[in-house]
Design a protein around this ligand. Sequence first.
Ligand SMILES: *[C@@H]1O[C@H](CO)[C@@H](O)[C@H](O)[C@H]1NC(C)=O
Ligand SMILES: *[C@@H]1O[C@H](CO)[C@@H](O)[C@H](O)[C@H]1NC(C)=O
Ligand SMILES: *[C@@H]1O[C@H](CO)[C@@H](O)[C@H](O)[C@H]1NC(C)=O
Ligand SMILES: *[C@@H]1O[C@H](CO)[C@@H](O)[C@H](O)[C@H]1NC(C)=O
Ligand SMILES: *[C@@H]1O[C@H](CO)[C@@H](O)[C@H](O)[C@H]1NC(C)=O
Ligand SMILES: *[C@@H]1O[C@H](CO)[C@@H](O)[C@H](O)[C@H]1NC(C)=O
Ligand SMILES: *[C@@H]1O[C@H](CO)[C@@H](O)[C@H](O)[C@H]1NC(C)=O
Ligand SMILES: *[C@@H]1O[C@H](CO)[C@@H](O)[C@H](O)[C@H]1NC(C)=O
Ligand SMILES: *[C@@H]1O[C@H](CO)[C@@H](O)[C@H](O)[C@H]1NC(C)=O
Ligand SMILES: *[C@@H]1O[C@H](CO)[C@@H](O)[C@H](O)[C@H]1NC(C)=O
Ligand SMILES: *[C@@H]1O[C@H](CO)[C@@H](O)[C@H](O)[C@H]1NC(C)=O
Length: 831
Amino acid sequence: MHAGPLGSFISSLILLGSGSQEAPAAEAPGAVTTAPSTNTAQPSTETVITVPIQSYSFSASPLPSQAAVAGVSPFTDPREPPPVGSSVVPDFGQAWAGAYQEAKNKVAGFTIDEKVSVGTGVGWMGGRCVGNTPPIGENGTKFPGLCLEDSPLGIRFADFVTAFPTGVNTAATFNRKLIRRRGLFMGREHVGKGVNVALGPMMNIGRVAQGGRNWEGFGADPFLAGEAAYETILGMQEGGVQACAKHLINNEQEHFRTQESSDVDDRTQHEIYAHPFLRSIMAGVASIMCSYNLINGTYACENDKIMNDIIKREFGFQGYVMSDWGATHSTISVATGLDMTMPGDITFGSGTTYFGPTLTAYVQNNTIAEARLDDMATRIIAGWYFLHQDAGNYPTTNFDAFNPANEDTNEHVDVQEDHYKVVREIGAASTVLLKNTNGALPLKKPRSIVLVGSDAGPGKVGPNEFADQGGLDGILAMGWGSGTANFTYLVSPLEAIQRRARDDRTSVSWILDDFDTDRAGNMAIGRSAALVFISSDSGEDYITVDGNEGDRKNLTAWHSGDDLVLAIAAQNNNTIVVVHSVGPLIVEPWIDHPNVSAVLWAGVPGQEAGNSIMDVLYGAWNPSGRLPYTIAKQPSDYSAQLVLGGQPTDILSIPYTEGLNVDYRHFDSFNITPRFEFGFGLSYTNFTYSKLHIAKVGHQASTDAALEKSWAAGNATPIGEGSSTALWLHRPLYNVTFEVKNTGPVWGGDVPQLYLHMPASAGEPPSLLKGFTNVEVLPQEQKKVSITLSRYDLSFWDTVAQGWRRPNGTIGVSIGTSSRDVRLSGNITIT
Ligand SMILES: *[C@@H]1O[C@H](CO)[C@@H](O)[C@H](O)[C@H]1NC(C)=O
Ligand SMILES: *[C@@H]1O[C@H](CO)[C@@H](O)[C@H](O)[C@H]1NC(C)=O
Ligand SMILES: *[C@@H]1O[C@H](CO)[C@@H](O)[C@H](O)[C@H]1NC(C)=O
Ligand SMILES: *[C@@H]1O[C@H](CO)[C@@H](O)[C@H](O)[C@H]1NC(C)=O
Ligand SMILES: *[C@@H]1O[C@H](CO)[C@@H](O)[C@H](O)[C@H]1NC(C)=O
Ligand SMILES: *[C@@H]1O[C@H](CO)[C@@H](O)[C@H](O)[C@H]1NC(C)=O
Ligand SMILES: *[C@@H]1O[C@H](CO)[C@@H](O)[C@H](O)[C@H]1NC(C)=O
Ligand SMILES: *[C@@H]1O[C@H](CO)[C@@H](O)[C@H](O)[C@H]1NC(C)=O
Ligand SMILES: *[C@@H]1O[C@H](CO)[C@@H](O)[C@H](O)[C@H]1NC(C)=O
Ligand SMILES: *[C@@H]1O[C@H](CO)[C@@H](O)[C@H](O)[C@H]1NC(C)=O
Ligand SMILES: *[C@@H]1O[C@H](CO)[C@@H](O)[C@H](O)[C@H]1NC(C)=O
């Protein structure tokens, strides 16, 4: 086990033991010092193991020294990233320089054909992984070639792997430590299977609530998605695998995804959609995947402005850009920034390629400079050196994605370790408590409960009933498409809650039929609580489920879920609704029903789904999840809708006319009241905030003093040509501190959020998320927390000057529990 900062953090958690979060509301507050134990049902074996619920501990992470903050970052190796919560900006420049030197030496010994081969995939299903580059030199003596494998939540097409929570759930934790740990464990699993490049994380924004792949990403706010991408990549690459930031860019709907042009203005591109890619590059991401769609009429994978200008020049990206599968449209794309074509053939199985011999010919007749070919091969091989994958002990690929039954090519290596613990924890920590009346939750040894709905139980054939999870039967724990993994096992709520019922001596009944509402209603009569499970699924366009061609065709619960809730609520005044959904749903039909006493938003939480929801229902976990998107009162309240229709040869135009007004920014700008705003989430306890203090960060002499001064004077910053990202722009400038007090009866974790309110001249929406943190507080305890703001955070993109610029005038700062619940306010005036 690699003993990085996170490794020691995890051991300290295990040692902490009783330092676990819980909220035994039925007991005296003092009882929080006793560790609860929770029974984990693992259907794969008959063994019942007792797992103390672990929780994040925010004090475990050492803060950087002032010298480190002001000066050069000591964190220069992607295998040893800065600790979570540190405001140190890592500088991987040296590591890249070293990797480039080694890569250049290697490429110097390659023929033109060999250099071309480095970036040419072997073709669809031409190797053991979902993407493969060929070995170079006889038997790979010059370079062994690369294995590229899906997905952003685990290892697709492999056995004995962990099915981690989805991206959107990970974001809903608003918890950097959990996000990092998930990344680390995914990275280690990929390495264990001999994968070189893991095809994630996915960081498209969720511009359209119905977008089919939104659940793979990190929600509808660029700052949140950026932090989640950053931590995920730091974790994955600490684990040793090359991460891949995708999909570059504006791939925001599935319908006609290869035939739509997302037309996006420069400012919106920089401030909303490109931001998570910038954070990925700051995390040292080794690769980026260009998307299927066009941007302003030019395919993403041949878009010079996006790949060369923004990503490589402006953001200083040192790694390589690969195409999405089949998204390469020309050979000349190499000149416009594409480095690798995947899976290699023009269309799956065509046997033709835009790279290979065609690229060689383009280089030989100087249409593409050989220097660019060298750069292409160097970037790819540098990624391999950057992650130390040249080390002799790097595992060779030991599974066969497309031939799982071939015993000669599958070694069935079990890479799961005890990663189920973080899956369970993220499942609980991402669950958002939306409503809780009459103390309905947490459950207190109820005498009788009924579980209602197919989402409460297992599917009829489980847990991989549908290839790539392209179907819905039983508990929804991930969406469908290439962003999936097979479940090694999947715990349903029914299984987990039954274990608990045994301890509590609760009488449990269930009805897993979604449509027999009469019978379900009758079964709910007289029960202490009726738990209704409803769901909504989506995925990638190559699978259609119940008329949903990837994107969701509506924002209502599947399987008549609203009717089911109403039928139960008519009969039971303690109706608790649990929602497993890939994104927002309209909950108006029942949210204000007086008998709907509680609502838990559980998202798509991965293989421990049942245990996670049980932990929250029974108070072993005090809810701390926050909505990573807005839940509207009606679909038309959102600022962007799917663009449908189109003839087979059309290119659909999708103008991003809403500009910066994505998700809550739109609701705020146009004064539309949402049902639940972005960032919202209740707890079993209450927190109050006080003593806001905003101070300039103590500064030592900086080598970038002239640039800093120029920025303060109101000039847009020049962007460093071809060099690394302007790190000085991202170092902390202000330190916002305040106190958080737990005024309720039980221990809990809170997520204070920082929003900026720019002066009108900046032309920004009213509120912008620019910071969040996590704090765990005992009843009556008060803790000081801090959130830093950089010059970049305080800037907007000046399209004329092509730089980041501070606004004129006073910037409002608010600390709140959501995007609309402000608790403390202050101002920053830059001088
Ligand atoms: C390549 O592998 C073949 C078959 O194992 C072997 O005969 C040959 O000597 C190897 N060549 C090199 C350069 O290792
Ligand atoms: C797309 O067009 C808009 C409007 O002209 C422009 O601001 C933006 O920079 C263009 N983006 C790309 C990638 O060409
Ligand atoms: C270079 O070679 C390519 C591939 O054969 C060909 O399509 C292209 O027209 C050539 N360009 C020039 C300038 O000869
Ligand atoms: C994954 O599940 C599918 C069924 O959905 C099955 O055909 C395939 O063999 C499984 N793959 C592995 C590696 O177990
Ligand atoms: C919405 O779509 C789901 C899934 O296809 C379907 O079950 C449901 O009936 C639809 N709702 C409405 C109101 O059409
Ligand atoms: C609420 O539930 C009770 C049964 O507990 C039922 O009598 C009542 O009619 C329900 N209220 C509504 C508004 O459906
Ligand atoms: C709910 O109904 C039960 C009887 O079914 C009753 O005892 C209880 O007071 C009711 N609770 C509320 C909040 O109305
Ligand atoms: C939190 O505070 C609100 C408003 O003061 C109150 O209604 C609620 O009961 C409190 N909740 C808890 C768990 O203390
Ligand atoms: C911000 O303030 C907190 C609390 O005083 C302190 O611990 C932290 O080091 C400060 N951060 C920076 C970057 O100065
Ligand atoms: C800020 O003020 C300066 C000087 O008055 C002016 O030139 C500049 O355009 C202003 N910038 C914005 C964004 O309002
Ligand atoms: C912040 O500044 C505005 C004027 O720009 C003022 O109205 C407001 O009272 C200030 N708020 C605080 C908390 O100082």
